[in-house]
Design a protein around this ligand. Structure first.
Ligand SMILES: Cc1ncc(COP(=O)(O)O)c(C=O)c1O
Length: 345
């Protein structure tokens, strides 16, 4: 089956010809020794963008989450996050394996909880209980549907965290999507966090990597964990250059992906048999279902026509990104209309 429009995930973006050329010409050195000029440049760019002392280049976003938790916790601690958060569902229980920490989950619509929820989840200082030590938020929320944590809510969470002596961690896999959609500078979001990272390999279009930023002390400790987990690399500048290119060329265009997601959401909302609240589509993730338990059938029919969406926790998810053109969206809109008509009328 030829896939014409791949809305499975923004992780599927492929490096453009211009990005590949830039990568081929990258200056490289031994990254593990701190001597790769391209990696060092990428880390400076990210640290500056996020208003932190320093940053470290990592092979994945998962490693950025897990290194942050390893630095912020002791075995027996508890990390508080939303019940839909990525480390709970897709990181192979790494938090318990690597850090010996447990997770306390919070509810809340769209992957977003309140400061009151947080305060009531923090454990009393009691030897019967795990020690709450970190709160983690996902900007934007993935299983929550690409929702944006408002700056005001983040500030309230930060105040509660400070009161309860918790570290603040941001899984910023799609933080630049939040910034593009809300107009809030990434610096403003990042100021409230002890650790914050960006994924370069999603909508930004680089093939590999994330950058994790924080204070000088945090990054020094993060480097120990990077080495310990086998994340230190050698001539990594060749891939880091993809990240530099992405930050220089692919940030402002994220708005186009959000516009495409809204076009899909509106089409889906207009079809009898398909269920979505288009108001909740804020960035590049579109979550929807088909009535009468027909979500799988709907996804199968789209796939027959060359459109791939993912199936997550009983929902269908379409993610717009760099490799999805306006023409692809027009084709998807027409196909959704026809498929919904065929199935539901
Ligand atoms: C919210 C979130 N956090 C973390 C990750 C992990 O990133 P990576 O695939 O780069 O390890 C993902 C990947 O999809 C994600 O969506």
């Amino acid at each position: 089956m030829e896939i014409k429009v791949d809305l499975f995930s923004d992780t599927g973006t492929k490096p453009s010809q211009d990005m590949r050329r830039f990568m081929a010409e990258a200056e490289v050195g031994d990254e593990q020794l701190g001597e790769d000029p391209s990696v060092n440049r990428l880390c400076r760019m990210a640290a500056e963008m996020l208003g932190k002392d320093d940053a470290v280049y990592l092979p994945s976003g998962l490693m950025a989450n897990q290194i942050s938790f390893a630095v912020h916790t002791q075995p027996g601690d508890e990390v508080i996050m939303h019940e839909t958060a990525h480390p709970i569902h897709y990181e192979g229980a790494a938090l318990s394996v690597i850090s010996g920490a447990s997770i306390r989950t919070l509810g809340g619509e769209g992957g977003i909880f309140t400061a009151e929820d947080l305060k009531s989840a923090v454990r009393d200082d009691d030897y019967h209980s795990p020690q709450s030590s970190v709160v983690s938020i996902e900007q934007t929320t993935n299983l929550g549907g690409g929702r944006i944590w408002p700056l005001k809510r983040i500030k309230e969470i930060a105040e509660a965290a400070q009161e309860k002596n918790l570290k603040m961690h941001m899984d910023g896999a799609r933080m630049l999507n939040a910034a593009a959609a809300s107009g809030v500078n990434p610096l403003e979001y990042a100021q409230y966090f002890d650790s914050v990272w960006l994924d370069l390999s999603k909508g930004l279009g680089a093939p590999v990597g994330s950058v994790l930023a924080g204070s000088a002390d945090f990054i020094e400790k993060a480097r120990f964990w990077k080495q310990r987990l086998g994340g230190a690399m050698r001539q990594a500048g060749i891939i880091a250059a993809g990240g530099i290119f992405a930050l220089e060329h692919n940030v402002s265009r994220l708005a186009e992906d959000h516009e495409h997601a809204k076009m899909l959401a509106k089409t889906i909302a207009d079809q009898p048999g398909l269920e979505i609240d288009p108001e909740k589509v804020e960035t590049n993730i579109v979550l929807f279902t088909a009535a009468d338990g027909k979500s799988d059938l709907f996804a199968d029919e789209l796939l027959k026509k060359g459109i791939r969406v993912s199936r997550l926790e009983g929902m269908l998810r379409a993610v717009t990104h760099l490799d999805i053109s306006r023409e692809d969206i027009r084709y998807t809109v027409k196909t959704i209309e026809k498929t919904a008509k065929d199935i539901f009328s």
